[in-house]
Design a protein around this ligand. Sequence first.
Ligand code: FRU
Length: 488
Amino acid sequence: MATTKLQQARAYEKENMSTVPSSERPCYHVTGPVGWINDPNGFSEYDGFYHLFFQYHPYSVKWGPMHWGHARSRDLITWEYLPAALAPDEEYDRDGCYSGSAITLDDGRHLLIYTAVKKEDKDGSAREFQQQAIAVGDGINYTKSSANPVIGTSMIPQGNSTCDFRDPKVFWENGRYYAVVGSRDKDGFGEALLYESPDCMNWQFVTIVDKSGGAFGRMWECPDYFELNGRRILMASPQELTGDEGFYPGSISVFFIGSAGADLSLDREAIQLIDEGPDFYAPQTMLAGDGRRIMIGWMQNWETSATQSAGRKIFGQMTVPRELEYKNGRVYQNPVREIETYRNGKIICRGATVCGETYFEGINGRIIDLTVTIDFSKNTGLRDFRIELARDDEHSTRMCYDPQNFMVTIDRSRSGCLENPTNIRKFKVEPQRSILKIRMLLDKNSIEFFFNDGQKVASISIYTPLSADAICFYADSEIKMDIEKYDI
Ligand code: FRU
């Protein structure tokens, strides 16, 4: 039986979903039915569907008391909304059902594990408790366990923060359940804790998987821990980076890459930024039945959540689900292959000449899959190249490339976003055997760039009017390139 709070949320989303203008609702990216969303939660396969839950505040386009919204899909591209799954309606989660994950139990039921948040004001001093709780259900309705919270603050290492203990990611390995949870140690630095359980009810602490020790941000949010092509990857979203770590300042998401010890702690060898774009955070993965490790992220970031334009009915969207593969010393990301079945209206221009500002017949649109390939061994004179997407007289989103220094600049300061220092991003992408390949997935309010078959990725949200659908190429000397474009 849904509680009053959950019933209210379900009634609200049902009533208000249709008031969202179609220009705001992406075609193949998940948003909330209405209101605000942040992190992807409970990404899993259950009962013949892929399920995706999300941090959700249906009642406004601002973060608020967290619920879990819910959608499902047969192919990760076309999504159907289901009623909200969790509301903050128990004493122990009255201040929010924060991020978490899902798994199928032996008896066939679907289990959600999430962070239950409770704030207390005792003798004038405010305290917050974050503990892990479970709810079990059938893919639509979930009942919270009477044993909640199942991983309480009494189970954290001594001195760790009781108010920064969140985002459990559950997985099955070596004949038992594990959950990796974000935490902060006694010095206030981030770490990922590992718990194990025979049944998802009774948990015990195993080890610290990896930690910042002051060198890599403070709280580590939304950890995930998995094998990928023989490597062990801890994925996490550290907060409060200074910028001196070699990445962007603020909140970012990274792969910590290494191998796992006998107790499953990580022997870390490398750190890789997951996405170079300003709009990416809190990703979560799922191991699909066919063996693919698929990741989805929030196509937004706390640093950019103020870039939305006013008067919108929904805020926040997910990235396209991405297949992960470890090779050549990096984790590669590519859109799930299912998107290819949605391609139509193929246009291929081989050896297309670009000189100055150049447009091509049929190469335009806002819901497209576009790939541009440049061979620098044949275009040696090029110094300045760019592609302007979602362009009209007032707007354009630019991807500029400097082949001398291998630098990409992504500039969305004329993309309908409010002013923000993150509107311009610069990063390095080297051609591979002199070839640079750029795949761009556009949906109504986003562009995802995949360089060199997923070697580097950058995601941005844009708020350009949909009528701005021109694509302009520019080269400072005559060059030839291949263009392949599909409508989605
Ligand atoms: C990450 C995060 C999580 C938390 C959730 C709250 O974006 O801060 O750590 O569970 O969002 O909505």
